[in-house]
Write a protein that binds this ligand. Structure first.
Ligand SMILES: *Cc1c(COP(=O)(O)O)cnc(C)c1O
Length: 496
């Protein structure tokens, strides 16, 4: 049976992988999910001898079933090249009793590069395969990191335009500067007077606007998404969990078939869902440890079986996790409902109208793979300082939330299974809070003085992504109200 994709909210319609990538979101507002999770029939011994690109191929071909070998290999080779500052692509660093999987060696120094460096190639290949003549307009809401990674990936890619909405005042100064200095005639960056959830809901509404889709088509455009709701983002993220396991085995850190735990600092639930898919492909992963910041809607969900977004939205020092609607959770809900599209549709409708839903006891029973907890701002600062003092290794604020939750998990459970912590951003991206955590004396330095100081005390080279923006010119200064997002997109595209 060939693997196809269907919507979490409608069991009847199936599409191919390339169609799912092009559409981003299903017509009924649901997310595309594979019709089954394929098994990875490659031994750990074989995997342990493979390069990142080779692992990417054996994993991704199981999901992208309508891509030819040449097409997929060409996408992979174009993505995982010298844009990354290490040939390993995703190195593992052992520190303070855990393995940090550094997912920030790409063009924009956050883990979003892992998928967004390949998505433009998957997208343009999909367009070709499906004989799409329209120009593709990528529409993206960002909590800070997706935006820049998507802009970098799609800038000047023929046949595409990209629009990014970010919460003005809700991202770090470095994140904002990275985005508003973006080059490329096909790029458009807009700050909204609202938070990430409002940006994401606004983008979803634009996708669902049938009238606008018609106008777009007449003008030779169609929308797609670079958010983690796109299956073309999820699939490349499975790769690094398989790669990390193979590397641990190759380095003699684990025995054959020894189980590991994975700790993921979580926002939209995309990264940890990829780990869950890796587990379901047959990788020896035991617990999936979901780390939240003060926006701990997922912690409460795992603890109680109730998802409730009706609460205060907190701005934290890990802004890429400041999210109350974790979109990708819908894919897990679908899975634990026994792939019941009606049930998922019902719960998502509740989320939309009441802002909350409860899962059944049967569904809850299937969440035993997961452990959820959260790190407060103070705990996050403390652990950055502690790991630096103990080991000299400097982690970013998001990774630090995961480190806090990993400690809580060990205390709670006495489980000492070897663990991989997804290290989702370079500390250079969140310099101010990282440096303040290490020592108050950095309080009064300018952003780029902090960068230089971090490089000195951490003994790490300043990444190109940071050097690039030091003196870069600001190219985007549009700010709009949440209610004007549609209008802003139309103006950019020259529609009336
Ligand atoms: C996006 C992001 C996260 C959250 O990942 P999700 O897939 O949305 O759960 C965590 N840390 C950083 C640095 C990010 O950019």
């Amino acid at each position: 049976m060939d693997l196809l994709y269907r919507s979490t909210r409608n069991a009847n319609e199936t599409v191919t992988a390339s169609q799912a990538i092009l559409k981003g979101l299903a017509d009924d507002g649901g997310l595309f999910v594979p019709s089954f999770i394929p098994k990875l029939n490659v031994s750990v011994e074989e995997l342990s001898k493979m390069s990142y690109k080779e692992v990417a191929y054996v994993v991704m071909k199981e999901f992208l079933t309508d891509f030819t070998e040449d097409e997929l290999k060409s996408c992979i080779n174009s993505a995982y090249d010298s844009k990354f500052d290490t040939e390993e692509i995703a190195p593992l660093v052992k520190a303070e009793g855990a393995y940090y999987l550094e997912l920030f060696h790409g063009a924009t120094i956050a883990f979003k590069d892992m998928a967004l460096s390949i998505l433009p190639y998957l997208m343009t290949t999909s367009a070709k395969k499906n004989d799409v003549k329209n120009e593709i307009v990528i529409l993206t809401a960002t909590s800070g990191d997706t935006g820049k990674a998507a802009l970098a990936g799609f800038a000047d890619v023929k046949g595409t335009k990209i629009v990014v909405f970010y919460p003005k005042g809700g991202v770090s100064p470095i994140q904002e500067k990275q985005m508003i200095t973006q080059k490329g005639d096909n790029t458009f960056v807009v700050g909204i007077k609202g938070n990430f959830d409002q940006a994401q809901s606004g983008v979803k509404a634009i996708f669902g606007n049938k009238e606008l889709a018609k106008e777009m088509n007449e003008a030779g455009y169609q929308f797609s998404s670079a958010n983690s709701i796109n299956i073309g983002r999820l699939v490349p993220q499975i790769v690094y969990y398989v790669y990390a396991y193979a590397k641990l085995f190759a380095n003699g850190e684990i025995n054959k078939d020894e189980k590991i735990n994975v700790v993921v600092p979580t926002g939209n639930f995309g990264n940890i869902l990829a780990a869950y898919y890796a587990k379901n492909m047959g990788m020896p992963i035991d617990k999936l440890i979901c780390a939240s910041n003060d926006n701990k809607v997922l912690y409460d969900f795992f603890a109680t079986g109730t998802y409730d977004k009706n609460r205060e939205f907190m701005l934290t020092m890990s802004p890429s996790m400041d999210i109350l609607i974790s979109s990708n959770l819908e894919r897990l809900i679908y899975k634990i409902s026994g792939e019941d599209a009606d049930k998922s549709a019902e719960l998502m409708k509740k989320l939309n109208t009441e802002g909350k839903y409860d899962i059944t006891d049967d569904m809850k029973a299937q969440l035993s793979d997961f452990y959820g907890n959260f790190g407060t701002e103070a705990e996050t600062s403390e652990i950055i300082k502690k790991i630096y003092k103990d080991t000299g290794y400097i982690i970013d604020t998001h990774t630090a939330v995961a480190a806090v939750v990993y400690e809580k998990y060990k205390k709670d459970t006495n489980d000492n299974t070897k663990s991989v912590i997804a290290s989702t951003a370079s500390p250079f991206k969140f310099t101010r809070n990282v440096m303040k955590s290490i020592d108050d004396k950095y309080e009064n330095l300018e952003d780029f003085e902090l960068v230089d100081e971090l490089s000195k005390i951490g003994n790490v080279k300043i990444p190109n992504a940071i050097e690039e923006i030091r003196n870069a010119q600001i190219r985007h200064d549009t700010v709009c109200e949440v209610d004007d997002m549609t209008k802003t997109v139309k103006e950019f595209l020259g529609l009336k």
